[in-house]
Every structure is written in C-alpha cells, then in structure tokens.
Design a protein around this ligand. Structure first.
Ligand code: HEC
Ligand code: HEC
Ligand code: HEC
Ligand code: HEC
Ligand code: HEC
Length: 243
C-alpha cells in the first residue's frame, strides 16, 4: 500500500479504532470542561422545576371534576338513632340494606329510587326539613326518576367483577376495597380521567402510583396482588377477570 497522507491529518497506520478512542478522549475532555459543566447546571436548573410543575399540574389536566346530582349522607343513614329501620349484626349486613343482592346473586350496586321512596314517600310528609330531601322528593321520588349518580369504582366494561364472590365466599368487608365511603357525610369529588374516561378512584389519588391502603387504587395489579396474598392465584388468568 502506498504511503499516503490521510486527508484528516492523521498519520497512516492509525486505524479506525484509534481514531474512535481519540474522539472519546476529546468528548470526555469537553464534558469535564467548565463551560459544559455550567451548561449542565443550567439544564438541571430548568429541568427540575419543570418536573415539579408537571407533577403538580398534570393531575389537574388529566382529570376533570364533575359534580354529583345531589349530596348523599352515608353517616346519617347508618346512624341507628336517626334511621332505626337499617339493622343487622354486622356493618356489612347494614350496608346490604341498600346495596343488596338480587335473588340470582347479582349486585344491585347503587340503590334505585324505589329504595329511597320506601322512607322518603311524599312531599306532604318529609322526614326532615332539609333542602336536599326536598330536592330528592320533588325531583326524583314524585317523578319516579332515577338519580343519575356517578360511580366512583365502576371498572371498564371488559372487566368482570362479582360482589357476592368477594363478600360471601371471600368474606371481605366493604371497607377493604372502598375505604370509609360508607361513613361519609359529604360526597367526595368525582374526578374523571380525560383519557380513559373512568374515575380517579381506579388509578389512585397519587400520580406516583404508591399506595398506603388497599382501597387507594383498584387497577389490574391491585386485584391480582390481593388474589395472590389470599392464596387465590387461580383467579389471575386473563379470562377470569375479563369475559
Ligand atoms: C330506611 C329509611 C330510609 C331510606 C331507605 C332512605 N332514607 Fe334518606 N333519610 C332517612 C331519615 C330518617 C332521614 C333524616 C331526616 C332528617 O331528619 O333530616 C333521611 C335524610 C335524607 C336526606 C336529607 C339529609 C341530608 O341533608 O342529607 C337525604 C337527601 C336523603 N335522606 C336521601 C336519601 C336517598 C337518596 C335515599 C335512597 C338511596 C334514601 N335517603 C333512603 C331515612 C331513609
Ligand atoms: C340508605 C341507603 C344506603 C345505605 C344504607 C348505604 N349506602 Fe352506600 N350508597 C347509597 C347511595 C344512594 C349511593 C350513591 C351516592 C354515593 O356515591 O354516595 C351509595 C354509594 C356507595 C358507594 C360508592 C360506589 C361507587 O363506586 O360510586 C360505596 C362504596 C358505598 N355506597 C358503600 C356503602 C357502605 C360500605 C355502606 C355501609 C357502611 C353503605 N354504602 C350503606 C346508599 C346507601
Ligand atoms: C374485593 C373488593 C370489593 C369489595 C370487598 C366490595 N367492593 Fe364494591 N366494588 C368493587 C369493584 C371492583 C367495583 C366496580 C365493579 C364494576 O365495575 O363492575 C365496585 C362497585 C361498587 C358499587 C358501585 C356499583 C356500580 O354499579 O357502579 C357499590 C355501590 C359498591 N361497590 C358497594 C359495595 C359494598 C356496600 C360492599 C360491601 C357489602 C362492597 N362494595 C364490597 C370492589 C369491592
Ligand atoms: C382485597 C382482596 C381482593 C381484591 C382487591 C380483589 N379480589 Fe377478587 N377475589 C378475592 C378472593 C379472596 C377471591 C376468592 C373467593 C373464593 O372463591 O373464596 C376472589 C375471587 C375473584 C374471582 C373469581 C370468583 C368469580 O367471581 O368468578 C374473580 C373473577 C375476581 N376475584 C375478580 C377480581 C377483580 C376484577 C378485582 C379488581 C377489580 C378483584 N377481584 C379484586 C380477593 C380480592
Ligand atoms: C385479577 C383480575 C385481572 C386479571 C387476572 C387480568 N386483568 Fe386486565 N384488567 C383488570 C382490571 C381491573 C382492569 C382495569 C383497570 C386497569 O386498567 O388496570 C384491566 C384492564 C385491562 C386492559 C385495559 C383495558 C382498558 O379498557 O383500559 C387490558 C388490555 C387488559 N386488562 C388485559 C389483560 C390481559 C391480557 C390479562 C392476562 C395476562 C389480564 N388483563 C388479566 C383486571 C384483570
């Protein structure tokens, strides 16, 4: 081979490997040069606040707040001094007064207006003096119209969930999955995820996904984790939860 000068100015015999090493050396030099370090500091100074702002405002953008048609006071209805008709040995039994099972074992979910009108019959004899009860009777009971409640825990249609299996076979309490919802005086904010369309209760309040209590979120992994913990891993096949 002829002894030519390389156009890049390198001495012949210097292979591509050596030139690569030289390039890396030069790069390392720039990284440790002060100007690059200053650049890095500015970059971090911009990135960190951007992340913090994103962390704070992302939920506000991702979720839209919606209001329930009226308030419902669980604590008042569960107080035996006020509502003596609702009885039972356990708290779960008392919840089942309104959230009952049909004869075929399916769950009624949020009670229909017929359940309310057993007690809130008509506007001539209201049980109390509150405006909320007036609205209930005039707007819904008298017109036999269902209250369009927004459901906090409703899963996407592809998910199959049976309450009777969890409550009667699994012996679980409502609190395990719903927290203190049965003790609320005022309905919590309903936040709808703009992308998936379902409520924030499923994904959890924390954007980080970390949870403290079993009811903080009810995603696929949450269902599966409890099945594993309770020794029911046989239910962690796709077609058990999805039908
Ligand atoms: C077993 C009887 C019973 C049933 C069933 C019942 N309620 Fe009541 N409700 C009461 C009593 C008693 C009060 C207390 C009235 C008062 O003193 O204001 C009350 C109060 C209320 C009030 C007014 C208090 C407030 O400000 O929250 C509303 C609204 C209400 N109920 C909604 C409902 C709805 C909706 C249903 C159906 C899902 C329902 N109730 C089912 C007995 C019942
Ligand atoms: C007097 C009837 C009544 C009784 C008794 C009652 N609830 Fe409710 N429950 C309702 C009504 C009406 C709603 C719809 C409004 C709301 O979200 O609170 C509801 C909603 C709920 C929801 C929200 C479901 C969802 O995803 O939107 C949960 C959870 C719940 N109830 C749990 C309980 C528990 C636990 C108890 C017993 C401690 C209980 N309830 C007793 C009437 C009742
Ligand atoms: C193992 C967890 C678990 C337990 C225990 C549990 N739930 Fe639920 N609950 C859910 C899930 C998941 C959904 C959503 C179901 C769906 O979308 O089909 C739900 C939905 C509901 C709803 C709303 C139904 C609707 O149509 O939107 C009510 C009301 C409710 N549960 C009340 C109760 C009550 C009362 C108890 C106790 C007697 C109870 N749940 C126990 C997990 C549970
Ligand atoms: C806190 C614990 C717990 C959570 C959370 C839970 N499960 Fe379960 N699940 C159980 C237990 C325990 C059983 C077994 C009941 C039995 O057969 O004794 C079960 C059984 C089942 C079964 C089989 C019974 C049937 O209906 O055919 C399905 C399906 C199921 N779970 C779906 C779900 C889904 C979907 C979710 C989440 C939305 C969920 N589970 C969340 C504890 C849980
Ligand atoms: C223990 C119950 C359970 C099992 C087992 C399970 N899933 Fe799910 N899956 C859910 C629940 C609850 C959701 C809704 C909440 C979520 O997105 O995490 C879901 C959501 C999904 C979605 C998103 C659907 C949507 O509309 O957002 C897909 C896709 C899916 N599952 C596929 C699978 C596949 C594939 C398997 C088997 C490898 C599987 N799942 C096993 C409970 C389960």
């Amino acid at each position: 081979m002829e002894n030519q000068r390389d156009p890049s100015g390198k001495t012949p015999g210097q292979g591509p490997l050596l030139s690569l090493i030289n390039k890396i050396k030069a790069l390392v030099k720039t990284i440790f040069s002060s100007s690059f370090k200053i650049g890095l500091v500015y970059f971090a100074a911009g990135l960190v606040p951007a992340l913090i702002i994103g962390w704070l405002f992302f939920p506000a953008l991702l979720y839209s707040k919606q209001t329930q048609p009226m308030n419902f006071n669980h604590a008042l209805h569960m107080d035996p001094e006020i509502v003596s008709e609702i009885q039972g040995d356990t708290e779960t039994e008392r919840c089942l007064y309104c959230h009952s099972f049909r004869n075929d074992g399916t769950f009624t979910g949020i009670p229909e207006i017929g359940v309310c009108s057993e007690c809130h019959k008509d506007d001539d004899f209201p049980l109390g003096e509150s405006e909320e009860e007036e609205l209930l009777i005039n707007e819904y009971v008298t017109n036999k119209r269902e209250i369009p409640w927004l459901s906090y825990s409703r899963q996407p249609d592809c998910v199959y969930f049976s309450h009777i299996a969890h409550i009667e076979l699994g012996k679980l309490e409502c609190t395990t999955c719903h927290g203190n919802r049965g003790k609320n005086q005022v309905l919590p904010a309903y936040e709808k995820n703009r992308i998936s369309g379902y409520s924030r209760n499923i994904w959890g309040k924390k954007i980080s996904g970390l949870k403290k209590d079993t009811w903080d979120s009810m995603k696929m992994d949450d269902c599966a984790a409890c099945h594993k913990e309770k020794g029911h891993e046989e239910n962690n096949a796709c077609f058990t939860c999805h039908k």
